[in-house]
Design a protein around this ligand. Structure first.
Ligand SMILES: Nc1ncnc2c1ncn2[C@@H]1O[C@H](COP(=O)(O)OP(=O)(O)OP(=O)(O)O)[C@@H](O)[C@H]1O
Ligand SMILES: [Mg+2]
Length: 226
């Protein structure tokens, strides 16, 4: 059985220069891991934002089934100056699910706690978010995405710039989300995450070069030629 979680057609994003996305069609398979690869500036983040509903395309369509979406951007917009604890930051994911006017219930709190344990940040739950290391921050932001308990998770470079242990934590959390039946879409340059992928979408200069190629094929294509 192969179901499609997101169908995007003829996506174009025009920032005023060259098109960031140029007539992109992609089908994102449900309950699997899709990794979007490609060189810097290829349009990967822009495509993920459009698939997440965080950016309106200039033209084209994105159809999402009944599933909710959780989006973890490449660079977090959490102010250094807000007096937020790590738990507060993770809880934002549950607020996104509940709606800001509803109190968090026991299942929300359980999801927040489970996400912090999974990303190994439970011990710093009461610490100010601003006091965390870069790796811990990335884990907290991924935990925020997990706390949303969405059907579709969209993650922009979830292991980039992390120490080996943090990167492994994040890959394990992503694998766990896929195992529970979530649809996960990651932008990544991480060969290990690419190896875990069920599907790959390769972007180059705003166009899809290879959709649904094998991870091995893309790794071979990315290997330096000397
Ligand atoms: N807000 C913006 N305003 C103007 N141009 C933008 C904006 N965001 C992205 N771009 C441009 O659109 C193109 C695609 O950018 P995008 O961030 O999607 O690439 P990317 O593949 O994610 O790159 P990276 O690997 O560096 O993260 C680039 O040329 C970039 O300069
Ligand atoms: Mg990017």
């Amino acid at each position: 059985m192969s179901l499609t979680a997101i169908v995007a057609r003829a996506l174009t994003v025009d920032f005023g220069g060259a098109l960031a996305l140029d007539d992109v069609d992609v089908d994102i398979a449900a309950a699997s891991l899709t990794v979007i690869v490609g060189p810097n500036g290829a349009g990967k983040s822009t495509l993920l934002e459009v698939l997440a509903g965080a950016r309106e395309p200039s033209s084209g369509s994105v159809e999402v089934g009944a599933h909710s979406r959780a989006f973890v951007p490449q660079r977090a917009a959490v102010s250094e100056h807000l007096p937020l604890t790590v738990r507060d930051v993770v809880s934002v994911g549950a607020w996104g699910r509940a709606g800001a006017l509803r109190r968090l219930d026991a299942s929300d709190r359980a999801a927040i706690d489970a996400a912090m344990v999974r990303l190994d940040i439970a011990a710093v739950a009461r610490h100010p978010f601003a006091s965390l290391s870069g790796g811990q921050r990335q884990r907290a932001l991924l935990a925020q995405g997990l706390a949303r308990r969405a059907g579709i998770l969209l993650l922009d470079e979830p292991t980039t710039g992390l120490d080996a242990a943090s990167a492994e934590r994040n890959r394990a959390a992503i694998a766990h989300e896929c195992a529970r039946g979530a649809t996960v879409v990651c932008v990544s340059h991480d060969d290990r995450l690419i190896s875990d992928a069920d599907h790959l979408v390769e972007l180059d200069a705003g166009r899809v070069r290879v959709a649904h190629a094998s991870p091995e094929g893309v790794r071979a294509a990315r290997a330096p030629v000397r």
